[in-house]
Design a protein around this ligand. Structure first.
Ligand SMILES: *Cc1c(COP(=O)(O)O)cnc(C)c1O
Length: 386
């Protein structure tokens, strides 16, 4: 059996399920709580709702009134129940409750930090790399990450619904047989009904040159109730891979563990992506706990992202030096499978650039001086050149 996470600790005061239901004038019912459509209908959006659950700071109050006009706020009851009601530095709260700092434009902040719009070949299809594309499924997510790299599009109501766009996307794929990999990502594809998802995946799979299909989703973390055996069967039918998104070990709840089990038992290969966030997960112990916790759920940490310079997110970002220092405390110190690739998605549209602490100390002719994980130096001799 999977172990439940050891929380709450004595000092933490988590928002109770009863209190969340009371916001809607309802009493807690465990059966409704496990229903993903109930969860979606009971998402928290407004200041007056959060006020009943959290001791809000002045900055959070301004965020909930002002910043929420720029980028939508929504939190599922499942995720809200992981928030500490008293601690404004709660790593769960920081991810989904807007703050006044979102109104700050720092030097280098960009509306489209990864330059996706310039590589948008048809509406909702980004073609940057030689053999693969990013397909934006829709404009809604289960909850909204305050550091969303796509906040210019997500929940803004400008992206046409997929049925309107799909023919043009399929025409593009058919005209570009070099595209063998389709990544379907946020707005979140796992919010589609099973039938709509099945239809989308069938359409993408109908293009003969498409070999590899993967979905990016934060639904397993925000809304684990959505991961039903029926959904897993649709994913299995189309032989997709799934990239999940987690920021903090507290997110690995028993419900999330059950969702990952359902997916892994259906044979869906599971990866995970994490964004490095200031005072949420920017220390080696927190990330080691997250990454080794994911391995226990059969999820392979894939990428650790340097936070994109999205307009209004400088308070959530940390330096590349800090990221490199953390990577140096992971590699070699724990299971290799638990160490993701640390990447910067280059501002301006250069794509993902991997970073790691320098391990080549010197190189002359056939001799390489290399630094190992513990900081010791070793020499490797290349074979003699012909
Ligand atoms: C991240 C990304 C991909 C996929 O990149 P991988 O390194 O293969 O995971 C494809 N297209 C775009 C635009 C991306 O941002």
């Amino acid at each position: 059996m999977l172990e439940a996470q050891a929380f709450p600790s004595a000092t933490q005061q988590f928002v109770s399920r009863e209190a969340i239901c009371a916001v809607f004038g309802e009493t807690y019912d465990p059966v409704s709580w496990q229903d993903w459509r109930w969860q979606m209908r009971h998402r928290l959006h407004r200041l007056d709702q959060f006020e009943k659950l959290l001791s809000l700071t002045p900055a959070e109050r301004v965020g909930l009134t002002m910043a929420s006009q720029r980028f939508a706020v929504a939190v599922t009851p499942h995720f809200a129940a992981l928030m500490d009601s008293e601690d404004p530095n709660c790593p769960i709260r920081k991810q989904v409750i807007p703050r006044e700092e979102e109104l700050v434009a720092a030097p280098g902040d960009l509306v489209d930090p990864c330059g996706e719009d310039q590589h948008m070949v048809v509406e909702g299809l980004v073609h940057r790399y030689p053999d693969r594309v990013l397909l934006l499924a829709q404009d809604a997510c289960a909850a909204y990450c305050r550091y969303c790299t796509r906040s210019r599009l997500v929940a803004q109501g400008d992206l046409n619904a997929l049925p309107k766009r799909l023919e043009a996307i399929l025409d593009y794929l058919r005209a570009h047989p070099e595209v063998r990999d389709v990544l379907i990502s946020g707005g979140d594809p796992l919010l589609f009904s099973d039938d709509r998802l099945d239809a989308l995946l069938s359409a993408v799979r109908s293009v003969p040159s498409v070999e590899f299909v993967r979905l990016g989703s934060r639904v397993p973390g925000f809304l684990p109730q959505r991961i039903t055996p029926e959904l897993a069967a649709v994913l299995r039918k189309h032989r997709v891979w799934l990239s999940l998104h987690f920021s903090h070990p507290r997110e690995l709840t028993p419900e999330v563990a059950a969702a990952c089990d359902t997916l892994a038992d259906a044979g869906i290969p599971l990866g995970s992506q994490t964004v490095l966030l200031a005072s949420v997960n920017d220390d080696a112990n927190t990330l080691r706990e997250l990454f080794t916790g994911l391995l226990k759920l059969r999820v392979r940490p894939y990428y650790l992202y340097q936070c994109d310079p999205v307009l209004g997110t400088s308070h959530l970002r940390t330096s590349i030096a800090k990221g490199l220092e953390i990577m140096g405390q992971l590699r070699g110190f724990t299971t290799g499978y638990a160490v993701p690739t640390y990447v910067v998605d280059a501002p301006g549209g250069g794509g993902k650039i991997p970073l790691q602490p320098p391990s080549v100390v010197a190189h002359e002719g056939e001799t390489w001086i290399l630094r190992n994980w513990a900081g010791k130096l070793y020499t490797y001799q290349d074979p003699p050149q012909a």
